[in-house]
Write a protein that binds this ligand. Structure first.
Ligand SMILES: Nc1ncnc2c1ncn2[C@@H]1O[C@H](COP(=O)(O)OP(=O)(O)OP(=O)(O)O)[C@@H](O)[C@H]1O
Length: 541
């Protein structure tokens, strides 16, 4: 049915329509103002006879979301003549506009981390209000107008639905029956789009994951490159491409968080509550490790010193498998009861198991997954037709955790000195990021404990109640010079420290001042302090 949007009256209710901001399948949206207060708003107008009355659905959803961060306000709604209208907060550009105006080039890592944090948070808000969005896409995320231009808002609730049955208070049921696809071609999850599953919270998150990956991919996700499908055959091809794309291929060259997030979304059960906080923290930490500050704000265009192209930076190697997947594999392996059954159906071409067992290995020995399978038998050629093995990337967090354990296990100053030196070198070599992450602080806590008194319980350095000499100063970020002065002094004094207690106090001061500095980065003086600390520990052994 054609709808004559050119004949919408200039005034609807108390609002005067100014300019058209956009039009979609279901209606038009205008910038308008309240004729009494002069306040600018956005007005969504739809023909009351529209075959898909999305304005009516939105009118029902908006009140459920009022007051939530990043949710537009609904000021009024009504019908005038043949027009149904919704009056909502006027916002700025959508992420789709931003992406297009940027020439559809991949966005920088800072921007994508910040989008990820905010979009996940918006979904958390919506889901906490028992609402699924069901149409996550770039065009449905818009930034605010000044002074809210760093906030991403969620818009277009025309496909939204409550996932808690209001009568029974239970989660809506899953179904084996294939449903017609509802959502958008680019980002709707594989389950909903390609397999006809019932959408739930996990699918909102998966769509978000695909959106983040799209923003980091030159040319965008492969199935978006031929435009909107016009025939059933084109749509079938698009679905096949989407369904068969492996996360590791989609995310090649990106920081591993994106692949891990996509895999996580796809592993979620139908009614499972996603761990939003965990993933917001993962993206915050990734940003932190790359030296990006104020990451909870979406700043467009990105601050020049932080606008590193996402692909050209030394992204950590993506793991062949994630830690949790590896855990699952190991658990499944442990559960296998092979007894005397053949490992392969046809063993005629497989050397006897005993013959390939490395010297000295007994049944029940732990399999060393990090070593190459040919190590036990140097003459053995690696098997053909197997993909090359990618080393599992030890994430910064895991390495720091190893070092924390090592520092807690050290029994004398020489041992402490060695681990401090390793910690310093590791941080120096972690790409451009010299940020002290929460694992870094945990290391400093363990070091402090060892130096002060290995038998006492220690308040973590990242709480506001530190033992440092700077505790009298108010908590919160400090001007850079305070940090620079103190760290430079620590660097000078560490070489003269008389005992471990003096060193402990310095470590506490260093931790406290780094925690309160913006970015929590370790400066040149900071590294010199850590190196001096290692040398002094050796001298005091
Ligand atoms: N509150 C708003 N303030 C400013 N611009 C907006 C607002 N809401 C929507 N827009 C603009 O109008 C476009 C269409 O809005 P929306 O998605 O809500 O309408 P729709 O008719 O449901 O569109 P579609 O059919 O494309 O889903 C958005 O992409 C955005 O650019």
């Amino acid at each position: 049915m054609a709808h004559d949007y050119d004949h919408i009256p200039r005034r609807l209710g108390n609002y005067w329509l100014e300019t058209r901001l956009g039009s979609g399948y279901s209606g038009s949206i205008f910038r308008a103002y309240n004729v009494y207060t002069g306040e600018f708003v956005a007005l969504k107008v739809q023909d009351v006879n529209h075959e898909c009355p999305t304005n009516r659905y939105e009118e029902h959803i908006y009140p459920l979301l009022q007051g939530g961060e990043g949710m537009p306000k609904l000021f009024a709604s009504g019908v005038q003549g043949k027009w149904h209208y919704l009056v909502i907060s006027l916002l700025g550009s959508s992420l789709d506009n931003i992406y297009r105006n940027n020439g559809k080039k991949p966005l920088d890592l800072r921007s994508v981390c910040s989008i990820a944090i905010q979009v996940i948070s918006r979904l958390q808000t919506m889901h906490n209000h028992e609402v699924l969005h069901r149409d996550i896409q770039l065009g449905n995320c818009a930034i605010g107008l000044s002074p809210n231009e760093t906030m991403i808002y969620m818009i277009d609730f025309g496909f939204s639905k409550q996932y808690i049955d209001q009568r029974t208070r239970r989660h809506i049921p899953d179904s084996k029956q294939k449903r017609d696809f509802l959502g958008n071609y680019w980002f709707t999850s594989v389950g909903v789009h390609c397999k006809g599953k019932v959408p739930s919270r996990r699918d909102d998150l998966e769509a978000a994951a695909l959106m983040f990956i799209h923003l980091l991919t030159p040319g965008g996700l492969s199935w978006t490159r031929n435009g909107v499908p016009k025939t059933d055959e084109q749509h079938r091809r698009l679905k096949r491409a989407k369904e068969t794309a492996r996360p590791e291929d989609l995310c090649r060259g990106m920081p591993s968080e994106f692949e891990e997030f996509l895999r996580y979304c796809r592993r979620l059960k139908f009614a499972e509550q996603p761990d939003y906080e965990h993933w917001m923290n993962e993206f915050r930490e990734l940003a932190h490790e790359n030296g990006f500050t104020e990451i909870d704000k979406f700043i467009w265009p990105p601050p020049p010193q932080q606008a590193k192209p996402a692909r050209s930076q030394p992204a950590p190697q993506r793991p062949a498998v994630t830690t949790s997947e590896m855990e699952n594999v190991l658990q499944d392996l442990a559960k296998l009861q092979l007894n005397n059954r053949p490992i392969l159906a046809d063993q005629t071409n497989v050397p006897a198991a005993q013959a390939t067992k490395p010297e000295g290995k007994k049944d029940g020995d732990v399999i060393d997954l990090s070593s190459d399978s040919s190590v036990g038998n140097p003459s053995q050629e690696p098997p053909r037709n197997l993909p090359p093995r990618t080393p599992v990337r030890i994430k910064k967090a895991s390495r720091l955790e190893q070092l924390r354990i090592a520092i807690s296990d050290a029994t004398d100053n020489a041992g402490l000195a060695t681990v401090v030196a390793e910690f310093t070198t590791f941080l120096k070599e972690t790409g451009s990021s010299k940020t002290l992450t929460k694992e870094g602080f945990a290391f400093m806590d363990a070091l402090y404990k060892q130096l002060a008194d290995p038998s006492v319980f220690v308040q973590p350095l990242r709480t506001s109640r530190t033992r440092s000499t700077t505790t009298e100063k108010p908590a919160g970020p400090q001007p850079a010079y305070v940090k620079l002065d103190l760290v430079a002094r620590l660097r000078r004094e560490v070489v003269r420290a008389q005992d471990n207690r003096a060193l402990a106090k310095m470590v506490a001061d260093f931790g406290a001042v780094t925690n309160r500095s913006s970015g929590r980065t370790i400066t040149k003086d900071g590294f010199a302090f850590l190196e001096g600390l290692s040398s002094r520990l050796k001298a005091l052994n």
